[in-house]
Ligand binder design. Structure first.
Ligand SMILES: Cc1cc2nc3c(=O)[nH]c(=O)nc-3n(C[C@H](O)[C@H](O)[C@H](O)COP(=O)(O)OP(=O)(O)OC[C@H]3O[C@@H](n4cnc5c(N)ncnc54)[C@H](O)[C@@H]3O)c2cc1C
Length: 198
């Protein structure tokens, strides 16, 4: 007979049963005792969460303006629309929906978007907000770009694996490029090809 189903009682009862003894375990409250229900596991979970929160508060040291590990994740670097408006910074907005990304569709993670603020008429990045699966990871490319003055044209010209979530960054850059396609030149090229076809 083992009285108490804490760490000690459970191990004692298990070993006794393994040795083919006839065992009765009596627990007055909850199996697992202090360790499972009050001490080791709950306190470690609290400590782990507190450490994670402390790490998130230091995000700017790692180049992240903010990253919130909810589901879906939210990550940001530089300005967002509200901050740009509050500071009177002119911007252009490019938004790419994850619902249009092959990998997100395959993973069933279509919730979210990549939003990029750029200097009007130029590809210089003022800020990026990403909502979606692995947003914190995806943001790293934009943090690198902003740190080293890399623009959307260069992101567009960089090979991104297919199908990956990281491709969302390239797609956003592509969306910006399409919005800035040289319309006069395209119209001229269309006329020229039409003339060539006769
Ligand atoms: C905050 C905290 C953090 C801790 N962290 C760690 C850690 O990280 N690592 C580590 O190794 N240890 C840790 N410990 C210590 C660990 O929890 C204990 O050493 C361990 O729980 C002791 O096990 P036990 O089975 O002897 O007693 P308990 O876990 O207390 O189990 C006794 C069981 O007996 C039952 N019982 C009592 N009287 C009766 C009765 N008359 N009839 C029937 N049932 C009865 C109780 O309900 C209880 O379930 C921690 C303790 C605390 C409080």
């Amino acid at each position: 007979m083992v009285i108490g189903g804490g760490s000690a009682g459970l191990v004692t009862a298990t070993i006794a049963a393994a040795l083919r003894a006839c065992v009765t375990l009596v627990e007055q409250h909850r199996l697992g005792g202090d360790c499972l229900n009050t001490g080791c596991v709950p306190s470690k979970a609290l400590i782990r969460s507190a450490r994670l929160l402390a790490l998130i508060r230091r995000a700017p040291e790692f180049g992240l303006r903010s990253a919130i590990f909810v589901d879906p994740e939210l990550a940001r670097v530089g300005l967002n629309e509200q901050a740009a408006q509050a500071q009177g910074v002119p911007y252009e907005l490019t938004r790419f929906e994850l619902a249009d990304l092959d990998r997100a569709i395959a993973d069933g993670a279509i919730e979210g978007f990549v939003k990029v603020l750029t200097v009007p008429g130029r590809d210089r990045i003022l800020g990026v907000t990403i909502v979606g699966a692995q947003a914190g990871e995806l943001l790293a490319e934009y943090v690198l770009a902003m740190t080293h003055g890399i623009g959307l044209n260069q992101i567009l010209g960089t090979v991104h694996g297919y199908p990956t979530l990281a491709e969302a960054n390239k797609m956003a850059a592509g969306q910006w490029r399409r919005a800035h396609a040289p319309q006069a030149m395209l119209a001229w090229a269309e006329r020229w090809h039409r003339w060539r076809r006769g």
